[in-house]
Design a protein around this ligand. Structure first.
Ligand code: ADP
Ligand code: MG
Length: 268
């Protein structure tokens, strides 16, 4: 390598410009071959570095997001169930609601695609380079309780609850919370109120949420008041997508449940 190449590599390293460091000679060649200008060369190098930086930032955001898997709206079959409000979901996918610190609540029975849509929206937020955190309600409770016991609740809330631009809490309603947990959860909602977006999924209508929060109707009302003040409610209806293949094999969810309770077949 000649001395000038060496010096360019060192300067790029100091300025943290890995794309330009690796790619500048190809761009120079391209500009010569295509008879482009010096200004074109500078623009190509700077845009290339910026794109590479954005790509790295999305990969990092995805790694720390806690997303269990990759799901997108492209793989969601809006024709499968009739009760999926496609327009609302597509509007949410523009991320305008996140910029306005509004919430989205996805409600509906098991298997209609609530978690799929929540993950897809999280994925879009990451493509917009927003700090995004996905967590199940049960895991959030566990982590809040541990942080409280270890006297680091404030640090946990500031890092995991307040820092993300979009917080997704999946599966409210599957596990009931005790009174301490219910209060911790209220704290999460109250702290983010009008400051940052939350997406929540739940199989329960709001009228049954108190049952999840230790039958504390005062706390539940105060929680819903904050959560729903600036919220998009997405009611999703239809049959479980998990039953799609089973249905083709002649099963129905209703039969499967009754067989399960009588010690019959198991399903996920
Ligand atoms: P829920 O959270 O409502 O219980 P999930 O989002 O976990 O349901 O959906 C269950 C499974 O079915 C997931 O693998 C999800 O990707 C898939 N799924 C659900 N609805 C659809 C759909 N309309 N199109 C494609 N896949 C779907
Ligand atoms: Mg789910």
């Amino acid at each position: 390598m000649n001395m000038q190449y060496q010096r360019i590599a060192e300067v790029c390293q100091q300025l943290k410009l890995p794309y330009i460091c690796n790619e500048w000679s190809h761009h120079v060649q391209h500009v010569v071959d295509q008879q482009l200008s010096h200004v074109d060369l500078i623009e190509q190098l700077l845009c290339g570095e910026l794109n590479a930086r954005h790509q790295r930032s999305k990969e990092m955001l995805s790694k720390v997001s806690g997303l269990p898997t990759v799901k997108t709206l492209d793989t969601f079959d809006f024709n499968y169930a009739t009760g999926i409000p496609k327009q609302t979901i597509q509007t949410l996918n523009t991320m305008a609601f996140v910029h306005r610190a509004e919430n989205a609540i996805l409600l509906g029975p098991s298997g209609v695609g609530k978690t799929h849509i929540a993950i897809a929206l999280a994925h879009t937020a990451i493509q917009h380079r927003m700090i995004t955190k996905f967590i199940t309600a049960a895991d959030l409770m566990l982590q809040l309780s541990i942080a409280k016991k270890q006297d680091r609740l404030k640090a946990y809330i500031s890092r995991q609850v307040l820092k993300p631009k979009l917080l997704i809490i999946d599966e409210i309603g599957y596990l009931p919370f005790g009174s301490d947990e219910a209060r911790l959860f209220f704290n999460v909602i109250a702290k983010r109120y009008e400051k940052g977006s939350i997406i929540i999924t739940s199989n329960l209508p709001f009228s049954q949420w108190a049952g999840t929060f230790n039958n504390d109707s005062v706390l539940t009302a105060a929680l819903l008041d904050r959560l729903l003040h600036h919220a998009h409610i997405v009611q999703m209806n239809g049959e479980s997508y998990r039953m799609k293949n089973r249905k083709q094999m002649g099963f129905s969810l209703h039969n499967a449940v009754s067989e399960k309770t009588t010690g019959g077949i198991l399903f996920d």
